[in-house]
Design a protein around this ligand. Structure first.
Ligand SMILES: *Cc1c(COP(=O)(O)O)cnc(C)c1O
Length: 435
């Protein structure tokens, strides 16, 4: 009998030809974004100063599949399809009858899932004659991914990086510059919003909300400059669905299929990309559960209100109907910068609200316990964000040990932690605490 594979690498010809659009499959229609001033539903024309039409169309598309342009697939092929790996050593360590699999998005050049949308967004902007993009970044994962995307399509990029991270986490800033983009600590003197915050408090460490306000303001300055967002919006989630679609193909090779699909949630993009292709299984009543994992220090899906809110602190972005902690909420500093967002993707919020997905939270120290368990059994050092998903996987696997049930648990390894070693240093030396 042939040995069961430990890892399945699909062939390049198995790269998905289309992104999967969940909008027509939602149990109820998504409410539209509202204009920040008039509170009326936004029109495509309202969004045109910020985004290219190609992306605005995807935001509201009713097509179930949207073809991935060949130029984008050519770039994806540098690292896609990504491997689907069976975490057998972790299973043995946990003495669980469960089968654990993970999709390894950490193999991209930027080290996370984020290039899946960065490359697509750079492509659509370039195609419509845009010369320069603006964006914000927390710890630098999104800024670096978009810097790479812009370098592939010859676009300039201005990144507003949350001030505290700019100084404390220099390596992703260096990556951003290496890929040819400009990056400043936010708040910055480059925008009116930034100057206002600096005047109020010259020592401010900044926040993601402030950085978004700066990037949006700069994008309004001209026709050939636009704004780019790395999570939350429908088109971003759409681009990430290559993850779940590839996984479904690779599971055929394993001759297995998940009962539990798990991902960590910041704005919801990697989780959506992993889980949305499984939503129709849940709707059809199959034995599949979907679980979102967030930090206890920023519990949007589990502790937020389901209501219209702004995406940024200054109230310049359209209002989105989502679970939110309030746009003025500034989460306490933690090592999972990518999960510190006050809101969540409207698509994910709706699916949680309608009961098609569940959500749970974990504290920082137990998350790092799981991260180190994973590193010592499977080798790969996860990003602190990813470790939230791993903690939930470990708990599911332990439940299986106790019940004797053999579930198939699938999670997204959203990124590696090789640029987050300072956080591991804190953990290893006992300096890490719950926030
Ligand atoms: C940015 C990031 C996240 C969180 O963002 P989502 O949009 O929720 O996916 C999770 N993991 C990693 C490694 C990240 O870089």
């Amino acid at each position: 009998m042939a040995e069961k594979p430990k890892m399945v690498n699909l062939a390049q010809k198995d790269l998905p030809e289309a992104w999967y659009n969940v909008l027509p499959d939602l149990p109820i229609p998504l409410e539209p974004p509202l204009h920040p001033a008039t509170k009326e539903p936004v029109t495509p024309d309202d969004l045109a100063p910020l985004f290219p039409m190609g992306l605005i169309e995807q935001e509201v598309s009713t097509e179930s599949y949207i073809e991935i342009p060949e130029e984008v697939r050519q770039v994806y092929r540098i690292w896609r399809p990504t491997p689907l790996v069976r975490a057998e050593r972790l299973e043995k360590y946990l003495q669980t009858p469960a089968r654990i699999y993970y999709k390894h998005e950490g193999v991209s050049p930027a080290g996370s899932h984020k290039p899946n949308t960065a490359v697509a967004q750079a492509y659509y902007n370039k195609k419509e004659g845009v010369k320069r993009l603006t964006t914000e970044t927390g710890a630098g994962q999104w800024g670096s991914a978009l810097a790479m995307g812009c370098s592939f399509f010859d676009l300039e990029l201005q990144v507003f990086m949350v001030g505290s991270s700019f100084y404390q986490k220099p390596y992703r800033r260096m990556l951003i510059e290496t890929w040819g983009a400009k990056v400043v600590p936010s708040p910055s003197p480059l925008t009116e919003t930034g100057r206002k915050y600096l005047e109020e408090d010259p020592e401010t460490s900044g926040s993601l909300g402030m950085a978004i306000s700066e990037a949006v303001e700069m994008a309004m300055e001209g026709d050939d400059v636009k704004y780019s967002l790395g999570s939350v919006l429908n088109h971003v989630l759409l681009h990430q669905t290559v993850i779940g679609q590839e996984a479904q193909k690779a599971f055929e090779v394993f001759d297995d299929y998940p009962n539990v699909v798990i991902g960590c949630v910041g704005g919801g993009s990697n989780f959506a990309g992993t889980a949305l292709p499984f939503v129709n299984d849940v709707k059809a009543g199959k034995d599949v559960r979907i679980l979102a994992v967030e930090p206890a220090s920023c519990p949007t899906l589990t502790g937020g209100k389901y209501e219209y809110d702004f995406g940024d602190i200054a109230g310049m972005t359209p209002l989105l109907l989502m679970y939110t902690l309030g746009h003025e909420f500034i989460p306490p500093p933690s090592h999972s910068g990518g999960l510190r967002y006050h809101g969540d993707a409207p698509i994910i919020s709706l699916l949680v609200k309608e009961g098609l997905m569940d959500a749970c939270t974990y504290h920082q120290v137990e998350v790092f316990d799981a991260a180190v368990m994973f590193a010592r059994t499977e080798g790969h050092v996860p990003a602190p964000e990813t470790a939230h998903a791993i903690k939930a996987v470990v708990d599911e696997a332990i439940k299986c040990r106790e019940s004797g049930e053999s579930e198939c648990i699938f999670f997204n390894f959203s990124g590696h932690g090789m640029l987050d070693l300072a956080a591991y240093d804190d953990y290893n030396s006992g300096k890490l605490s719950d926030v």
